[in-house]
Write a protein that binds this ligand. Structure first.
Ligand SMILES: Cc1cc2nc3c(=O)[nH]c(=O)nc-3n(C[C@H](O)[C@H](O)[C@H](O)COP(=O)(O)OP(=O)(O)OC[C@H]3O[C@@H](n4cnc5c(N)ncnc54)[C@H](O)[C@@H]3O)c2cc1C
Length: 410
């Protein structure tokens, strides 16, 4: 495999690097303290707009959708260069990575004309309303109902139910929501997807408090929420197929290591500078073993990601082996964080404002717990690896063909 840039890629990288240097100066270092909610929204929108005006948004999207019509390699190159900065990008990741591709794959021309451009330009924020208290891994088990308001073929829909873990719902303007429209058929067949206005009557987002102190996720309650039939994505009963478009984009988006997560070299430096009764911590055999394990995992992750890159550069879609990456990334982030916190003793337990390296390990340690769940839990990803990579027998799915209301009652 040759991972040097082609002449075209090298020119694109140089242009992106120059643009970032000229426009991202204020994001060269992390913020001294976390932004307030309003400041985060303001900066995220401004950064998205600046990229949009410079032609660095929707890099792989078709030009007909306002995108750049370039290859996944171009998107990877821009993201690699952008990851050298600490610009706020999170607010638009779900909308532009998952929701809007679903909208332009399944929405009507009017819906596409109304919603795609403002999202790309940073004017409207989107969230993904899939998981529910009793349906996460088993997404097809959702219970939020959508019922026609009358017998007219284009009648409005009324939505009632609850979603949970919805990232940025409290900051969003719109969401894509999976609902159950027919409980009398098997669970994958009675679903329908809609676009919902997050500021509309009957929508209430309640932020959840995280152990890190932040509040990025929400419970969202829907009570008699009216949605126009024109805001349906895909046919009635085709919601599972539509949701798969979103989930495929999600698997591609969450496979890799977060750009600012610490690596083994940072861990080794940290272990060198921690003094113990017998000298620097790195001289202890068990510490060296844990650093070596981090090195092995980091190299494995790098090579697995190169395999995906190699597939993309040949115009192929990375296979289910991408699931390996997330399982190993999240576990390695936790193990590296745990070693740094162990070595810091009591200092590891308090927020490490004064030590940015320890703060980074603490943040990564806490974020990794969520990463082991988001976009498919460790166990679900292992099931995928077992079934689709290793060809082992499938998981037991006894309710797959039963009508949803009979399976729930059983
Ligand atoms: C950081 C973060 C962000 C998120 N953002 C969003 C969002 O924006 N929108 C959204 O809709 N959702 C979001 N989620 C929710 C996420 O998709 C779900 O948490 C996830 O799918 C797991 O579902 P669950 O929490 O219901 O756990 P469950 O599915 O109930 O799983 C509980 C446990 O059982 C195990 N388990 C379940 N089924 C099997 C099986 N068949 N075989 C073996 N083990 C199994 C799981 O691995 C897990 O350990 C987010 C979650 C996190 C952590």
């Amino acid at each position: 495999m040759d991972f040097t840039d082609s002449p075209d890629d090298a020119a694109y990288r140089a242009r992106a690097r120059d643009w970032l240097a000229a426009n991202g100066a204020e994001y060269r270092t992390p913020p001294a303290e976390p932004y307030s909610r309003d400041e985060l929204v303001r900066r995220s929108r401004a950064w998205q707009k600046a990229k949009h005006q410079a032609g660095y948004t929707g890099i792989t999207w078709p030009k007909s959708m306002g995108g750049q019509g370039l290859s996944p390699m171009h998107a990877i190159i821009f993201n690699q260069e952008q990851s050298r900065y600490f610009a706020p990008t999170g607010l638009f990741e779900i909308g532009l990575g998952m929701c809007i591709p679903t909208v332009f794959t399944h929405g009507s021309p009017e819906i596409i004309a109304r919603y795609v451009a403002p999202a790309l330009a940073g004017d409207e924020v989107w969230c993904q309303l899939f998981s529910e208290p009793a349906a996460g891994s088993d997404l097809a088990g959702i219970r939020t109902r959508a019922v026609r308001d009358s017998d007219a073929p284009d009648a409005d829909w009324i939505i009632d139910g609850q979603k949970v873990w919805t990232t940025n719902a409290h900051l969003s303007d719109y969401g894509i929501i999976v609902t159950r429209t027919d409980p009398s058929v098997p669970k994958h067949k009675g679903l329908t997807m809609f676009i919902v206005d997050m500021h509309g009557d009957g929508v209430e987002a309640r932020p959840l408090k995280q152990m890190s102190g932040g509040s990025d996720f929400n419970e969202v309650f829907f009570t008699g929420v009216r949605v126009k039939d024109s805001h349906r994505l895909g046919a009635v009963g085709d919601g599972w197929k539509v949701a798969l478009t979103t989930l495929m984009n999600e698997r591609l988006a969450v496979g890799g290591k977060p750009s600012h997560a610490p690596d083994y070299a940072m861990l080794m430096d940290f272990a060198r500078r921690i003094e113990t009764d017998t000298g620097p911590a790195i001289e202890q055999r068990d510490v060296r073993q844990r650093v070596a394990a981090a090195y092995i995992a980091d190299e494995g992750i790098k090579l697995t990601q190169m395999r995906a890159l190699s597939a993309l550069s040949k115009g192929q879609v990375p296979g289910p082996e991408q699931s390996i990456s997330k399982v190993v990334v999240a576990k390695t982030m936790q193990e590296m964080g745990a070693l740094a916190l162990d070595l810091s003793e009591a200092a590891g337990l308090v927020t490490a404002d004064a030590d940015p390296v320890l703060a980074k390990f603490q943040g990564s340690y806490m974020a990794a717990a969520g990463l082991r769940i988001a976009g498919g839990t460790d166990e679900i990803l292992r099931n995928i690896i077992a079934e689709r990579v290793l060809g082992l027998p499938g998981d037991l799915r006894p309710d797959k063909d039963a009508p949803f209301n009979a399976a729930v009652a059983a």
